[in-house]
Design a protein around this ligand. Structure first.
Ligand code: ADP
Ligand code: MN
Ligand code: MN
Ligand code: MN
Length: 332
């Protein structure tokens, strides 16, 4: 029987690549083969030498088409065999192998904003503003919640695709939502996040809604969108782990610039020191502190072990790079 395989990849648009996809018909049971596309149409190649290679790295059921159809997440390679410019997963593979014995786990909180085709967040009246922030976060009611049908459909799709979805919630700004992926390994968290992002774009498409991962979609007194990254190693999760967490925070404090540079374009607009953030110019960590760069959950202090939350990554991060840097900085 023929099945449809939706090949998904990151394009070369800078500074923040978008997801692209196209369909290949396979025989049921076939291993999805390498494939190709026109890189000159995705800012990944020049017209005179435009072929890029799609290498499947993660496959799951396609919850949108159903049946035996599948989603196939791919890494992109140039014709000469080098990794394409937005393929940051390739570099993360080496780090995942090198530090496998530390068993790093990640939970990424993906915040995002639903926009109308006119470019306003869902819940913002035409050309105007809704009531100030306060009632929207985790709210209920038609005057405070916008787009719940999309968020609900997204839950179902992620579960049907066997993704490690941890939960969802409505966020502080109207039209803003969050879903969490994890706890999962270094490559797994990125693979599942990319597919979950893809499903969100596809589901919103049916409603005429555009999903943006802009870190600060509305300037002014409106919360930005982040990708808080929760992180632990085996040593942090075991007895005595609290000291290992503190040690990791200290190491992160000595490598601020490399992390900030990889934590999403537009980070300066979001990490202002207001709206539950620390300024990107400062570094501080603290127990239960949502105004810190790194928060150590209260539970971890009480249990003496657990994980840390890096609150700096923006909604538009490359998850492979963020996860790779956390491991390299703290385990190296
Ligand atoms: P917040 O209180 O910051 O909103 P969330 O509940 O949204 O937190 O997200 C917490 C995330 O942390 C979840 O994705 C969860 O899977 C992840 N997590 C839990 N324990 C660990 C751990 N030991 N290591 C890494 N991530 C973890
Ligand atoms: Mn959260
Ligand atoms: Mn949040
Ligand atoms: Mn958080």
């Amino acid at each position: 029987m023929a099945i449809k395989a939706e090949y998904i990849w990151l394009d070369g648009v800078q500074p923040t690549p978008d997801l692209r996809s196209k369909t290949k018909i396979l025989a049921e049971g076939d291993t999805p083969p390498d494939w190709g596309f026109d890189g000159s149409s995705t800012e990944q190649a020049e017209g005179h030498s435009s072929d890029c290679v799609l290498k499947p790295v993660f496959t799951c059921p396609d919850p949108l088409r159903g049946g035996g159809d599948i989603l196939v997440l791919c890494e992109v390679y140039n014709a000469d065999g080098t990794a394409s410019k937005s393929n940051n997963r390739a570099a993360a593979v080496a780090t995942a192998e090198k530090y496998a014995d530390q068993e790093p786990l990640f939970g990424i909180e993906q915040e995002y904003t639903m926009m109308t085709l006119e470019g306003y967040p869902a819940g913002f009246p035409d050309g105007g503003y809704p009531a100030p922030q306060g009632p929207y976060y985790c709210g209920a009611g038609a005057d405070r919640i916008f787009g719940r049908e999309i968020a609900e459909e997204h839950i179902e799709a992620c579960l049907d695709a066997d993704l490690m979805l941890a939960g969802i919630n409505a966020e502080v700004m109207p039209g803003q939502w969050e879903f969490q992926i994890g706890p999962a390994g270094l490559l797994e968290v990125g693979d599942h996040l990319q597919v979950a992002r893809y499903l969100l774009h596809r589901i919103a498409e049916k409603y005429g809604v555009v999903i943006t991962l802009e870190p600060k979609p509305m300037k002014g007194d409106w919360n930005g969108a982040g990708c808080h990254t929760n992180y632990s190693t085996k040593a942090m999760r075991e007895d005595g782990g609290y000291d290992v967490i503190i040690e990791a925070c200290e190491k992160l404090g000595k490598n601020v610039e490399e992390h900030i540079a990889a934590y999403g374009a537009g980070l300066e607009d979001r990490l202002t020191g207001l709206h539950e953030t620390a300024s990107y110019k400062d570094f501080k960590y603290g127990v239960s502190d949502r105004g810190a760069s790194i928060r150590i959950p209260l539970q971890c202090k009480e249990n003496g072990k657990g994980y840390l939350e890096d609150r700096r990554p923006c909604s538009n991060i490359d998850p492979y790079t963020v996860a790779r840097l956390l491991v390299e900085t703290t385990c190296g």
